[in-house]
Design a protein around this ligand. Structure first.
Ligand code: NI
Length: 227
């Protein structure tokens, strides 16, 4: 499932985030790449562990925590610290797959990447190219969103970023391990959750069908989730 979530960051928060990261320190994007993706990746990213990275990551993490659609769709267990990258002057990231397992810097914590997330931080009218292309069995999906909007997609997908031929594209990317490992199971839960929310608005939270479906939701979560 690919999911677009709008307004994860408000316009003011996008500005705040950009004010933190635009000054850098920017380093070669291959600081965090796996072997195959290093061959395809040509961009810059904010140095991991820098003040700017820590502050901007904290801002994004706080926004994620108050975005119910993100929590419902991703069912996050562990989130790899958000990173910030920039493409300009024809920079690109060719077709690649994200590493399945990531170790958190300076710790022995490992995170399995179930979902990949891109949070756009640049007004799309100010740059050319830079579309995120995600491949699945239905073909290729092209994504270029407004600043503050985010896309979630299965980390198992091959994907790429088209060359940025004019202007620059700054965005935030991160991976997460979901409580529910299987994409299909996570999607069933999200759809059930969304239907329960709608039914609650129409019938009220006390309605027996709402109670019954909520019971079913939690029993499926109990069956499928790691915590
Ligand atoms: Ni990637």
């Amino acid at each position: 499932m690919m999911l677009k979530i709008e307004n994860v960051l408000s316009a003011a928060e996008v500005d705040q985030c950009r004010a933190i990261i635009d000054e850098g320190p920017w380093v070669d994007g291959n600081e965090t790449s796996g072997h195959q993706s290093a061959l395809a990746k040509k961009n810059e990213q904010i140095a991991q562990g820098s003040d700017a990275a820590n502050k901007a990551s904290a801002l994004v993490m706080a926004a994620l925590g108050r975005t119910p659609e993100f929590v419902a769709a991703a069912l996050p267990l562990k989130v790899y610290m958000p990173m910030f990258n920039r493409y300009a002057g024809g920079q690109t990231f060719g077709n690649h797959v994200d590493n399945a397992i990531r170790q958190v810097r300076g710790t022995d914590v490992r995170i399995r990447s179930d979902l990949s997330c891109t949070l756009f931080l640049t007004d799309p009218d100010t740059y050319e190219g830079g579309e995120l292309i995600v491949q699945d069995l239905f073909g290729e999906h092209q994504v270029k969103l407004a600043a503050g909007d985010m896309v979630l997609y299965p980390a198992s997908s091959l994907h790429r970023v088209m060359p940025v031929t004019k202007g620059s594209r700054v965005s935030c990317i991160f991976w997460l391990q979901s409580m529910v490992r299987e994409n299909a199971a996570r999607e069933h839960l999200f759809r059930l959750d969304t239907s329960i929310q709608q039914l609650t608005v129409e019938k009220g939270g006390e309605h027996p069908i709402v109670v019954d479906l909520t019971n079913l939701y939690h029993n499926l979560l109990r069956r499928w989730a790691d915590s």
